[in-house]
Design a protein around this ligand. Structure first.
Ligand SMILES: *Cc1c(COP(=O)(O)O)cnc(C)c1O
Length: 457
């Protein structure tokens, strides 16, 4: 008997498309309306591409999340993460719901103040705060979270201008079982640096430690990581009380809770694999309540959640520009919204649905944007029915980060509309025009062209 030759096992790519051994791929749904408003109507009126936000979803998600924490802990304050979406109308909704502002730069600080947020309802994070920004924040009673020793020193110099010690918090990083560890922001706890920073501050007498802040990462799928962070911060707070007598009035667990988007590397869709917000609330609140604070010294819990609150509320409407066959036989579709407006395509497998279900066999498709750039891929692989130029598609969820990280590379940024709770539609950011881009430029006198007027006669 001859021995069969060994054959190396191979993994064959599962093609979504024609029938295979699992049967036909499930038909994708279509999406004709957003909050009851026909997508075609929105597109006719405001053009394509178009960002659409749902006020109802924003308020619903906020209330669910706030409730998850406040049923478990008596002192909870949310602060809206401006960098996740700082369009005025969006921020205003969160402020109406009771949220403070969480800002990470002096630009964002200005945005919050312009919108009428009082200084004492601003949490000021970020690794770069100018002396001017610190002075203003101290004057206005903002909650400044010190990031590093040089900033601590600068804050101390500025605090000398005030009669009383200025209350500040420090940002703390630590091992919570999440890797790679976010240790570039704040003072490390495990190595004792966070405590030393507090002692340094205490001995200087110009600053007064009032809070502890951490933001352990983003899109954290393990609620227990927050439980560990909360326990460690609580321990630090108790040690500070023991050794300096200072009572920590708030503990801030930052943001980073995942939305229901699907990461590229995730197998199951985000709607199935993202733990409910209640699990995060339980992990954090249990840790704080179990830490043994005297009742009258229970710190307020701050939460700076961004993407988990807004992502689902945003949808992009886009139009098919054309179809292509790539050299390897794959089907490609070009749409008018690329990574210039959908920055989160780099991280997420966004849902892409036709607005009208016209039938036909779905086929594995690459979705390209309109840029002259190889990286402009909205989805490397998605099963879609046949589409023709002009057909409308919706891409979702896209509410987080896109309207702050978008760029005007070769195209103007599209308008953003908000659908109100009664179905009314308002433009909350108009489409850009060339003057918006060219406005700040200046052409030096020597480059200004003299137009010669030819005299005829
Ligand atoms: C970005 C950021 C947030 C919000 O993060 P999400 O992942 O959107 O929840 C909160 N706090 C700080 C300090 C941040 O930098």
């Amino acid at each position: 008997m001859t021995k069969a030759t060994y054959q190396k096992p191979t993994i064959i790519r599962h093609q979504g498309g024609l029938s295979q051994k699992f049967g036909r791929p499930t038909r994708r749904a279509s999406m004709e309306r957003i909050d009851g408003v026909p997508v075609e109507e929105l597109m006719e009126k405001y053009g394509s591409p178009l960002f659409v936000f749902s006020e109802r979803t924003i308020r619903e998600r906020y209330r669910q999340a706030h409730r998850a924490f406040s049923i478990r802990y008596p002192k909870v304050q949310f602060a809206w993460s401006y960098k996740t979406n700082y369009i005025d109308a969006i921020c205003r909704i969160y402020h109406q719901e009771g949220s403070w502002a969480e800002v990470v730069s002096d630009m964002e600080y200005d945005m919050a103040r312009r919108l009428g947020v009082p200084g004492n309802q601003i949490l000021f994070n970020g690794p770069l705060k100018t002396e001017e920004a610190l002075r203003r924040a101290f004057k206005e009673g903002a909650h400044v979270h010190i990031d590093h020793y040089d900033e601590l020193y600068m804050a101390e110099q500025v605090a000398k201008e005030f009669d009383e010690p200025v209350p500040v918090a420090i940002r703390v990083n630590m091992d919570t079982g999440i890797y790679p560890r976010w240790d570039r922001f704040g003072f490390n706890l495990d190595a004792g640096e966070a405590f030393n920073a507090v002692m340094r501050m205490h001995s200087g007498g110009k600053l007064k430690i009032a809070g502890l802040h951490s933001h352990i990462g983003t899109f954290i799928l393990d609620p227990q990581a927050y439980g560990r962070a909360a326990s460690k911060l609580a321990e630090l707070a108790k040690r500070i009380k023991r050794e300096t007598g200072e009572v920590i009035s708030y503990i801030d667990l930052g943001g980073g809770l995942p939305s229901r988007s699907t990461l590229h590397e995730q197998y199951a869709p985000g709607t199935d694999s993202t733990p409910p917000i209640d699990d995060y609330a339980a992990a954090i609140c249990d840790a704080l309540l179990g830490a043994g604070f005297p009742t009258d010294e229970l710190p307020t819990l701050f939460i700076e959640s961004g993407r988990a609150l807004i992502d689902d509320a945003g949808t992009m409407i886009t139009r098919v520009v054309g179809n292509k066959r790539l050299a390897d036989g794959r089907r490609a579709v070009i749409v008018d919204a690329g990574v210039n407006t959908l920055f989160t395509s780099f991280w997420y497998r966004h849902d892409i649905l036709p607005v009208h279900d016209k039938g036909g066999m779905p086929e594995d498709t690459v979705i390209y944007g309109p840029l002259c750039m190889n990286i402009d891929v909205v989805r490397p692989s998605v099963s879609l029915p046949p589409l023709s130029a002009g057909d409308a598609l919706v891409i979702r969820p896209v509410g987080a980060y896109n309207v702050t990280q978008w760029m005007q590379f070769i195209r103007l940024r599209p308008p953003v509309v908000l659908i109100g709770e009664q179905g009314e539609v308002d433009v909350i950011r108009r489409a850009e025009c060339v003057d918006d881009i060219k406005g700040p430029e200046q052409l030096p006198e020597r480059f200004v062209e003299k137009r010669h007027v030819r005299v005829v006669g």
